[in-house]
Design a protein around this ligand. Sequence first.
Ligand code: AP5
Length: 191
Amino acid sequence: MGKKVVVTGVPGVGKTTVITGAMEILASEGITYESINFGTFMFELAEKEKLVSNRDEMRKLDRDVQKRLQSGAASGIAARSGNANVIIDTHSSVKTPKGYLAGLPEWVLRELMPDVIVLVETDEDQILLRRLGDESRVRDLEGSRSITEHQQFNRSVSAAYAMYTGCTIKIIRNENYLLDKAVAEMVEVLR
Ligand code: AP5
């Protein structure tokens, strides 16, 4: 049975960057993982139904619509991952206009059953600057206090995920100028 690793973190913290770095190192050791982006699965479903024109609009959709897309993505990912080693790039919680939406509610966890959930974190001011520097996305304007709250909520809700699945929770800091350290820690989790 392959390893299932769920990687989470607030938008712009650098999840995808850390995953990419870790996969490169592991590939040189002959260890392969497939990286699956949960948001991309949801976006493909949402696009088919003409619900959104970009991925950043999804978190503004009606809560029940988001949950339906989320459920569809979870079963699609479960069907695709089989026995392979898989990284699922997603969110512990999504900040919506009506409050935090759990990224891994029971019906998602049942499909994915991760061995470990990684929380990628860093200081709020660094996240703020990374978001401002990324013109490819439509980021919500948010102050550092609000990002702090989101990171705290992600830790809390992840404890519930660990209770349900028995998975471990690993926190990796991805600080400015220390990407290599974050990548090395991710490699240790994945190896
Ligand atoms: P998704 O596509 O995952 O959006 P996101 O979180 O905004 O992801 P990004 O890829 O933009 O951020 P990242 O943290 O990976 O940062 P990156 O590596 O690019 O999800 C889209 C949507 O899907 C969500 O909004 C939600 O609606 C939906 N969704 C997803 N999962 C869901 C779920 N489970 N349930 C419900 N809805 C769900 O890096 C950002 C920048 O930082 C880059 O410029 C990078 O170069 C820089 N950087 C990274 N590391 C460092 C470093 N150490 N030092 C300096 N710069 C760095």
